[in-house]
Design a protein around this ligand. Structure first.
Ligand SMILES: NC(=O)c1ccc[n+]([C@@H]2O[C@H](COP(=O)([O-])OP(=O)(O)OC[C@H]3O[C@@H](n4cnc5c(N)ncnc54)[C@H](OP(=O)(O)O)[C@@H]3O)[C@@H](O)[C@H]2O)c1
Length: 328
């Protein structure tokens, strides 16, 4: 059993705890909030025996747990992750793990020095369905793809009312690309490896942060068109074009159905593994890695996390999206 600590009292932390509990490999131990009452409210729905709340980060990190699930706003991940590693905790960091590739490298170096594990919670990368799709494509020649994740944000109301939610703030490293565009990027890394170059253009706020945008992941023999956004809904998520026909996925994350449409119009359904919970595959993979250590696989995850971070940075640069963290 891995004893679990939590930073971030938003909805996603409840979802991760639910998924972690389904794996039966985690035991919720402690939660940190800037306000004790919020931590207590957060824990109200769980069995409270042996559960501790903290509003003091140092005391929380000194308490008895093995692995931290970190879901604070993006720009705070680095300082929270660094403090957690220094306190001897393994790390699960919500996507996007860090604001810049430099922050990621600093954390990877520290994790290695401390013999601790770092995992980026890019949940679609760990979905078993992507492995099935990769296998299906193995004997086909891919000629292009169209990946998009565009969802109207619950924070748009605040933004339109003149407020600045964290997810649209340059101070907190927000924006559509890093929040939702990262899912198409991770799917592309899993299916096709690292692109040779990338670009991105966006509709931007005055602070340079993107509301939506279009980009390309450029591979030697094909391009993936990437679309992302937070100010409207798009329902067509993922198509992969091959010489023999088109593979159509219901989504680029939480992939539950896929079919192949041949050029003659005939159709083949793919059988995809059922998902117990959107986050249970990643929760299980992280626990399995800590329990059974597979160094080759772990290094692949780290390389893909590095690639994702570099791609986000290069795409931001091509669109002129600047975070406060870029100047640190
Ligand atoms: N995997 C997924 O499907 C998924 C979905 C949603 C979000 N996420 C990721 O999860 C992370 C958190 O997202 P979110 O939307 O929950 O963020 P958020 O609401 O802006 O903040 C999350 C938590 O961080 C603390 N916090 C907020 N503002 C803070 C500040 N200024 N200084 C210090 N702490 C602050 C708050 O906890 P306290 O007030 O208790 O301290 C809050 O509950 C992000 O990295 C996001 O990309 C992932």
């Amino acid at each position: 059993m891995l004893n679990l600590g939590i930073i971030g009292t938003g909805t996603i932390s409840h979802q991760f705890i639910e998924a972690a509990q389904l794996t039966q490999q985690y035991h919720l131990k402690a939660v940190y909030s800037r306000q004790l009452e919020r931590a207590q409210n957060f824990l109200a729905r769980y069995e409270t025996k042996n559960l501790a709340c903290y509003d003091d980060l140092k005391a929380f990190l000194a308490s008895d747990f093995d692995i931290l699930y970190l879901a604070s706003p993006n720009a705070l991940h680095y300082q929270h992750a660094k403090a957690a590693l220094e306190a001897g905790k393994h790390l699960i960091v919500e996507k996007p793990a860090f604001s810049t590739p430099q922050e990621l490298e600093a954390i990877l170096k520290l994790a290695e020095e401390k013999s601790l594990y770092f995992f980026e919670a890019a949940r679609n990368y760990h979905e078993d369905s992507l492995a099935v799709i990769k296998q299906f494509l193995a004997d086909k020649t891919v000629v292009g793809a169209n990946f998009s994740y565009i969802k109207y944000s619950s924070k748009m109301k605040d933004l339109l009312a003149g407020k600045m939610p964290n997810v649209f703030s340059d101070k907190f490293s927000g924006g559509a690309l890093v929040d939702l565009g990262i899912y198409p990027i991770y799917a592309a890394l899993k299916l096709f490896g690292k692109p040779k170059s990338v670009n991105y253009t966006a509709s931007q706020l005055a602070n340079s942060i993107d509301l939506n945008g279009n980009g390309n992941l450029i591979y030697p023999h094909f391009h993936i068109a990437l679309r992302t956004g937070k100010n409207y809904d798009a329902l067509n998520h993922a198509e992969i074009y091959t010489r023999d026909g088109t593979l159509i996925l219901n989504h680029i994350q939480g992939i539950s159905s896929a079919h192949f449409r041949r050029h003659d119009g005939s159709r083949k359904e793919l059988t995809l593994p059922e998902m117990e919970h959107l986050m249970s595959a990643e929760a299980k993979h992280f626990a399995d890695m800590l329990n059974h250590k597979n160094e080759t696989l772990y290094q692949t995850w780290l390389e893909d996390a590095r690639s994702a971070s570099q791609i986000l940075y290069q795409m931001r640069q091509s669109a002129g999206i600047v975070f406060e963290a870029d100047n640190k």
